[in-house]
Design a protein around this ligand. Structure first.
Ligand SMILES: [Zn+2]
Ligand SMILES: [Zn+2]
Length: 227
């Protein structure tokens, strides 16, 4: 049986999201290391100078301390983590949680160059040219086909990727644990309340015209969720 731990995603929390945006507003859109301009603020990574662990993540003087957070670009972040050689073995992560819980942002904060990311929304985008929040049902069979192929590659450790990230709702505990076992993946839960998801939907510019549809996705997730 695969060994995995359940981590709660600090990066999905309101406090972290707000702090990160505040720091970007205060410090600007430049990488604090190489001084390169980072045009899209979602690409700015808030790097913790003290590595976050399940033990220290709830210590606000570490995880939410501006003095210990550096805003950096993807390349500098890569270099920082590779320098210390944190890990030698490739890891697989299953990142799950309700719609709008910040799964993608969380993964964007964590990945390095050469990682494999499997995300149904992104696969839809790749083959429909539609924005990620618009997923026509007619394409489901094709998209899930690519998805399953990639999942298979992860299971058999096929290819030369470094770490792999599987993003999805996975509300059903049985399915979630089965796939995690199957892949030898660590489970990461983006733990956000239903109220908070609905609040984010209310403020979301992209989903403005598809609110009903996304409200249904959120309802469905919380109806089927088993902790
Ligand atoms: Zn940089
Ligand atoms: Zn970092």
């Amino acid at each position: 049986m695969a060994k995995y731990a359940i981590l709660k995603s600090f990066y999905a929390s309101d406090e972290w999201i707000t702090l990160r945006l505040t720091l970007i507003n205060e410090r600007g859109n430049r990488c604090e290391r190489c001084k390169e301009l980072i045009p899209r603020s979602k690409d700015i990574i808030g790097h913790h100078k003290v590595e976050l662990t399940p033990e220290n993540v709830n210590d606000r003087s570490i995880s939410l301390n501006p003095n210990l957070i550096e805003l950096v670009c993807f390349d500098c972040h890569n270099k920082e983590h590779n320098r210390f050689g944190y890990q030698s073995e490739r890891q697989v992560y299953l990142v799950y949680g309700p719609p709008l819980s910040g799964k993608t942002s969380f993964v964007r904060q964590q990945i390095k160059r050469g990682d494999l990311v499997v995300d149904m929304d992104k696969l839809y985008e790749a083959v429909t040219m539609l924005p990620g929040y618009d997923k026509p049902d007619q394409l489901f069979t094709n998209v899930i086909g690519i998805h399953n192929q990639l999942i298979d590659n992860i299971r058999t450790r096929y290819g030369r990727w470094i770490n792999a990230w599987v993003i999805g709702g996975y509300a059903d505990r049985y399915k979630r644990e089965r796939i995690a076992n199957d892949l030898g993946a660590e489970l990461i839960f983006c733990d956000v309340s239903k109220e908070e998801c609905l609040r984010r939907l209310e403020m979301d510019e992209d989903r403005k015209y598809r609110k009903d549809e996304w409200q249904k996705y959120i309802d469905k997730w919380f109806d089927t969720y088993v902790p």
